[in-house]
Design a protein around this ligand. Structure first.
Ligand code: AMP
Length: 480
């Protein structure tokens, strides 16, 4: 099948041709015709399948008729993160090159003023993260009564980030008669419930199992003793990697992204970082630097990196084994895209066995070890004593890096104090708005992106002067 057979308008077809696409991807082939007929769509598809064009192209055709009115956008696209929202905006610029449309981005981390001015001008397409959208709505700066098409993208990610109550609320604010295009990589029960409540007789399209990993990706595991050793191992793996061009390195927590980024920097690697605590400008700058090749390593958290379209990544490193097995599939899917080959290397410690088992069950195969497996790993010869302090404070990396020091037992308390369940959202797409709706964000707690328990005083560290025996002088006669 080719694009001409899908029922798209001439303007859209011209833009598709200019993009260099010759054939629609499976999700485009199946979603575009019913979407053009006004049907609701339930698309079970990951990023990389061409799903953005699958909803953008029919939207553009629909928008050729009619005009937007002030404060009343005509279509609304909800994205879990600012980066994804910006990426969809770029898709509209590309596919909508022949349309004169007002496309507005409503995301946190940037000033309200410009966004408000654009909404006042009348937005044909509003691309928003849920928090900022509701902020605007609650301030009376936006009306959702004219929405003709609602797109909910990456719904399972919205669930992970605690946005489902917001999504439910938004679905009730837009007209009942709108068309809904709904995309999710996986269908956990909460998402199924949402689709049952808010989609009307949808066309269900499933393009690839969310648990499948591309055959173009070589996957290996590397055993390691603990966090500090992992940094050494990672540096060695990067230096020795075959066909290395660039790499995305995933950590489970924001704090570790910052630590690892500084460590790589200190060791002379050209690295950027991407996590939810960075402001929007810094995030975009990091992403651009990586995409342009100004840095060859990008250290990321899951939330910040999910769904980003970076076409040519040669390696993915899991510095930490993800605690949610679906994240493994998403992470390694950053490489081996569009038929290219890629390599994913996961560093595994003894604590990760359970998560590794879950990943292997999900993807339905065993991942090979490169070098000794966890059970054959020789005992650690030397683990820097400062590793505990390093994990606790980002400053520790540089200061600690100069100190020699052995002692593996310091690794244990870090793991022991690591909480299993923590407040969910990285909140990177959310502004600091107090919750306005039944706050169920904690419903699906994740270990990701948290910064661990607050460290009180000196934490587990006991300064040596406190351990010195106290010698009391004998009391003098007459003294109490
Ligand atoms: P997405 O899943 O929407 O993030 O798209 C992934 C990548 O596929 C993007 O870089 C798109 O530019 C590209 N793409 C989308 N549709 C097509 C197509 N029909 N042919 C070739 N590449 C495409």
């Amino acid at each position: 099948m080719n694009f001409n057979e899908l029922g798209l308008s001439q303007k859209v077809l011209a833009a598709v041709e200019a993009s260099g696409y010759t054939q629609p991807t499976p999700i485009q082939e199946q979603a575009i015709p019913p979407a053009l007929q006004g049907r609701d769509i339930l698309g079970i598809a990951q990023t990389g399948t061409g799903k953005t064009a699958a909803f953008t192209l029919p939207m553009l055709c629909r928008l050729e008729q009619g005009r937007a009115r002030a404060r009343m956008p005509r279509t609304l696209i909800l994205e879990p993160t600012r980066e994804l929202a910006a990426q969809v905006e770029a898709s509209f610029a590309k596919y909508g090159a022949n349309h004169k449309l007002n496309v507005t981005l409503l995301i946190g981390g940037v000033s309200f003023g410009d966004q408000e001015a654009k909404i006042m001008r009348g937005a044909d397409v509003l691309i928003a993260t849920p928090g900022r959208l509701l902020d605007f709505f609650d301030r009376g700066k936006l009306l959702l009564t004219n929405i003709e098409i609602l797109v909910i993208d990456e719904a399972d990610r919205m669930l992970d980030m605690g946005f489902i109550p917001d999504i439910e609320r938004i679905c009730k604010l837009v007209p009942f008669t709108r068309q809904t295009l709904f995309f999710s990589a996986t269908m956990p029960p909460e998402i199924t419930r949402l689709t049952e409540a808010f989609l009307h007789n949808p066309v269900r399209i499933e393009v690839a199992r969310a648990s499948s990993t591309a055959s173009t990706i070589r996957q290996v595991l590397v055993a390691s003793h603990g966090h500090a050793e992992k940094r050494d191992t990672l540096r060695r793996l990067i230096r020795d990697a075959d066909n290395f061009k660039n790499a995305i390195i995933f950590c489970n927590r924001k704090r570790d992204v910052a630590i690892l980024h500084r460590s790589l920097d200190k060791h002379g690697f050209s690295a950027g970082a991407l996590h939810g605590d960075m402001d929007q400008l810094a995030r975009m700058a990091s992403l651009d630097a990586f995409k342009n090749g100004d840095v060859s390593l990008l250290v990321c958290s899951d939330v910040a990196a999910r769904g980003l379209d970076i076409p040519d990544v040669s390696h993915v490193f899991n510095f930490d084994v993800p605690t949610h097995c679906e994240d493994y599939v998403h992470r390694i899917g950053r490489t081996g895209r569009a038929g290219r080959s890629g390599t994913s290397i996961t560093l595994v410690t003894g604590e990760d066995r359970k998560y590794l088992d879950q990943i292997e069950t999900l993807i339905g195969k065993k991942i090979e070890w490169e070098g000794p497996g966890l059970d054959e790993l020789p005992p650690a010869l030397e683990t820097p004593r400062h590793s505990l302090r390093r994990e606790r404070t980002p400053r520790g990396e540089r200061a600690g890096g100069r100190r020699p020091a052995p002692s593996a037992e310091h690794e244990a308390p870090v793991a022991a104090t690591r909480p299993r369940a923590r407040k969910a959202a990285e909140l990177d797409a959310r502004p600091s708005r107090p919750p306005t709706y039944g706050d169920r964000r904690d419903r699906r707690p994740r270990v990701h992106e948290d910064d661990g328990p607050p460290v009180i005083g000196l934490g587990d560290h006991i300064p040596s002067f406190l351990l010195r025996p106290v010698v009391l002088k004998p009391a003098k006669v007459g003294e109490e």
